[in-house]
Design a protein around this ligand. Structure first.
Ligand code: BGC
Length: 413
C-alpha cells in the first residue's frame, strides 16, 4: 500500500511537473506591430499544443537591450527557455556552455539537409544543434512610398546617382526624403547597404575579412561620403526615433523611403499596404545580386528536465515547413529552410527568396555587420560607434575611415 501511494505520488509529481513544464519563457525584441503579428503565429501554434507562452519582450532593434537583459538572467542562474539571438552572439553563448542540445529533434527531422550551411554555421556548435533558425532577413533593402516615388518622377533608382536624383526630387516636393531613426544600429543597417554598394568584394574584404586596408582605404572614405550625403535627407527630429516610426512615415507618405531590413515590410503589411501598389521594395542601388543577411534564431538554453519537452516542441514547430511559410509571410523575412514553396509570399517575399538563392550560388551572400552576422559583438560595436559618430557630424569621411580601421583593430585585440 505504502509502495502504491509512493508510486502515485511520484506519478502525480511527474504529471504536475509536466503540466508546469508545458510552458516556454521566451525573451525577444519583437515589439513593433508587424513583429508582434509574426510572433503571434508562433505563440498560437504552441498554445494549440497545450504549451503556455511566457512573454519576455525587451524592445530595441538589433537586440542590444535584449542581450543585456539576457546576461542578467543567465548570471542569476535562471535563463529563459528560448531567446532570440543573432549570429555570433549565439556562438558566444554556446562557447560558454549555456545552450542545450536539439540534436534529438534535428536528426529526426533532417535539419542538416534542409537548413542552409550559412545558417548552420551559427545554429550548430561542436556538432550539436543549439538553436532553431526562424528566418532569413536581409539588410540591403529600400522601402519606397509608391505615390511619392511617382511624384518624384517614377523611376526606380538603379544606381547611386539615380538614388540621389530621387531623393532630391522628394526634397523638392516638400517631404522628408529619407525616413530614418537616429540610433546606432539603424545607421549601421544603412551602412551595410552603402558598403555593399561599393562592391561585393569590398564588403567582404572590409566586413568579413576585416582587412585593415579595406577598412581604412579610399573606398571606405567613399562609403562615409555617401553616408554624409544621406544625412542631408533626414528630418530634424530623426534622433532616437524607433525604426518602426520611420517606417510609419513612409507608410503615411510623410517620408519618401526607408533604408532598412525586410522586417520593415512587416509594418507596411500590418498597415494594410500592398507591395507594388502602395510601396516598392528594391535592393540598395549597386547591390543587386548580393545579399547581406541576418537570421533570427531561438537559442535554446540549458533548462531543467521538466522544461525540455516544451523546448523541443518549440524547436520542432519552428522548423516545420508550414510554420516557416506562415511566419515569414507576416514577418517580412524568408524561410530558414530551402524547401519551402514561395507560393504564399508577396512579390517582395518572392524576390527575397530568389535573391537569397542567387547570392548564395554566386558567392555574394554575406553576413550583415549591423546585425551580428559578419563579426563578433566587440567588432560590431566598434563599427556602430564610428558609423554613428560620423553620421552625426563628429568625423569627416577621411577621419571616419581611419577611426574605423583603428577601432576594428583594437576590438580584434
Ligand atoms: C532582427 C529582426 C527585427 C529587427 C528590428 C533585427 O535585428 O533580426 O527580426 O525585426 O532587428 O527589431
Amino acid at each position: 500500500m505504502r509502495k502504491l501511494l509512493a508510486t502515485t505520488a511520484m506519478t502525480l509529481a511527474i504529471l504536475g511537473g509536466a503540466a508546469q513544464a508545458a510552458e516556454v519563457e521566451v525573451l525577444h525584441w519583437w515589439t513593433s506591430g508587424g513583429e508582434a503579428a509574426a510572433l503571434d503565429v508562433l505563440k498560437k501554434k504552441l498554445e494549440s499544443q497545450g504549451v503556455t507562452w511566457k512573454d519576455m519582450p525587451v524592445a530595441g532593434g538589433g537586440g542590444e537591450a535584449a542581450m543585456t537583459a539576457l546576461r542578467a538572467r543567465v548570471t542569476s542562474g535562471n535563463p529563459p527557455t528560448a531567446v532570440q539571438g543573432l549570429g555570433f552572439d549565439i556562438q558566444d553563448w554556446a562557447k560558454q556552455g549555456a545552450l542545450g542540445d536539439l540534436n534529438a529533434v534535428a536528426s529526426k527531422e533532417g535539419w542538416d539537409k534542409t537548413i542552409p550551411e550559412a545558417l548552420q554555421k551559427f545554429a550548430k556548435y561542436d556538432g550539436k544543434w543549439i538553436s532553431a533558425p526562424v528566418n532569413v532577413h536581409s539588410t540591403n533593402w529600400i522601402w519606397i512610398n509608391k505615390a511619392q516615388l511617382d511624384k518624384a518622377g517614377g523611376k526606380i533608382p538603379a544606381t547611386w546617382d539615380d538614388l540621389v536624383k530621387v531623393l532630391d526630387a522628394m526634397k523638392a516636393n516638400g517631404i522628408t526624403p529619407l525616413a530614418h531613426g537616429g540610433q546606432a544600429w539603424q545607421e549601421a543597417t544603412i551602412f551595410d547597404g552603402v558598403v555593399l554598394s561599393l562592391g561585393a568584394d569590398f564588403y567582404k574584404a572590409a566586413f568579413i575579412d576585416l582587412d585593415p586596408k579595406a577598412l581604412g582605404g579610399d573606398k571606405m572614405i567613399e562609403a562615409f561620403t555617401r553616408m554624409a550625403k544621406l544625412r542631408t535627407y533626414v528630418d530634424k527630429d530623426f534622433s532616437g526615433r524607433d525604426w518602426n516610426l520611420a517606417s510609419a512615415m513612409v507608410i503615411e507618405g510623410k517620408g519618401g523611403m526607408q533604408m532598412m531590413g525586410d522586417w520593415a515590410k512587416g509594418e507596411f503589411l500590418k498597415a494594410g499596404k500592398k507591395p507594388g501598389a502602395d510601396f516598392v521594395c528594391i535592393r540598395f542601388p549597386g547591390t543587386q545580386g548580393a545579399v547581406t543577411f541576418n537570421s533570427d534564431q531561438f537559442m535554446m538554453f540549458k533548462v531543467g528536465a521538466d522544461k525540455q519537452a516544451a523546448q523541443l516542441t518549440m524547436a520542432s514547430d519552428i522548423e516545420s515547413p508550414e510554420f516557416q511559410s506562415a511566419f515569414n509571410v507576416v514577418k517580412g523575412s524568408v524561410p530558414a529552410r530551402t524547401d519551402v514553396p514561395d507560393t504564399a509570399f508577396d512579390d517582395c517575399g518572392k524576390k527575397g527568396i530568389a535573391d537569397l538563392a542567387d547570392a548564395a550560388k554566386n558567392g555574394k551572400l554575406f553576413g550583415s555587420m549591423a546585425h551580428g552576422h559578419a563579426a563578433p559583438a566587440a567588432i560590431k560595436n566598434a563599427v556602430y560607434d564610428v558609423v554613428t559618430r560620423q553620421f552625426n557630424g563628429e568625423l569627416d569621411p577621411k577621419a571616419a575611415a581611419k577611426a574605423l580601421a583603428d577601432a576594428v583593430a583594437a576590438a580584434k585585440g
